[in-house]
Write a new protein. Structure first.
Length: 253
């Protein structure tokens, strides 16, 4: 049984998400992407976040999934799927060859939010045990799989909390301790976030980050001129932080 602490990613995404526009499900559409509950698989692997689920669909109507690593370790399973009336149904195959229902889901597109437009499959009210593991544990009565290949087009305009920016998909590392802010200005309020060690408003030197966007223009701070970046940061096992930081002290990778 996966412990509640292993489900923090579910809480974060479900709390931020509302239904989007329903879109067409096909085997090719599913097989062309990797699906999971965190938008950056590499980031999850780097920081060892608990409770991830990742699913790879295949064009022969089968799928393979990995659940974990949670408190009880990693668990993998496979099965088949069907698409009827634009609804996705997942099944596992028991040792005696019987097909066991797992969940029914619908593909949606959301044009705002986490933190850029994305596709996701919503599975409402799915409570199916797989052996001693639980696919969607109580007390949660639904969960989602994000399309992990969904990204916004590089160079397009995007908006974060009223701030206009330019999409800039990249990874990097901090070269100095960076202040996190709620908007791209040295006068902006500091962005605070909580970890197991307490409250913070800085990112340590040498930290891995993901850059989602940059300001349209460079700004000058003292003798230095550069962009502000809107970034994702993963402090320990405490979820995901989104904030603005000054680009001068980030090395792109």
């Amino acid at each position: 049984m996966i412990k509640k602490t292993a489900l923090s990613l579910f809480i974060i995404i479900l709390a931020a998400m509302a239904f989007g526009d329903e879109t067409t499900l096909t085997p090719a559409r599913l097989a062309g992407s990797t699906w999971g509950n965190h938008p950056d698989l590499a980031a999850q692997e780097r920081v060892g976040l608990f409770g991830g689920i990742f699913v790879q669909f295949k064009s022969d109507m089968t799928f393979a999934a990995t659940l974990g690593p949670g408190q009880g370790g990693e668990y993998t399973f496979a099965g088949t799927f069907e698409i009827k009336n634009n609804k996705l149904t997942l099944y596992t195959i028991t040792q005696d060859g019987k097909k066991t229902w797992i969940a029914d889901g619908v593909l949606y597109y959301k044009n705002e939010g986490y933190p850029y437009p994305y596709y996701f499959i919503q599975f409402p009210k799915s409570f199916t045990s797989i052996g001693e593991k639980v696919f969607c544990p109580s007390p949660f009565n639904d969960f989602i799989l994000l399309d992990l290949t969904t990204t916004h087009t590089q160079g397009n305009k995007i908006e974060f909390d009223g701030v206009q920016a330019i999409v800039f998909n990249a990874s990097g590392k901090t070269t100095e301790v960076l202040n996190t802010r709620v908007s791209p200005s040295v006068n902006a309020q500091r962005k605070t976030f909580s970890t197991m060690q307490g409250l913070h408003s800085t990112i340590p030197k040498g930290s891995a980050i993901r850059i989602l966007a940059r300001t349209a223009d460079k700004v000058k701070i003292g003798d230095v001129e550069n962009y502000w970046y809107y970034i994702e940061y993963w402090p320990d096992d405490s979820g995901t932080v989104h904030a603005w930081v000054f680009a001068e002290y980030i090395k792109l990778e």
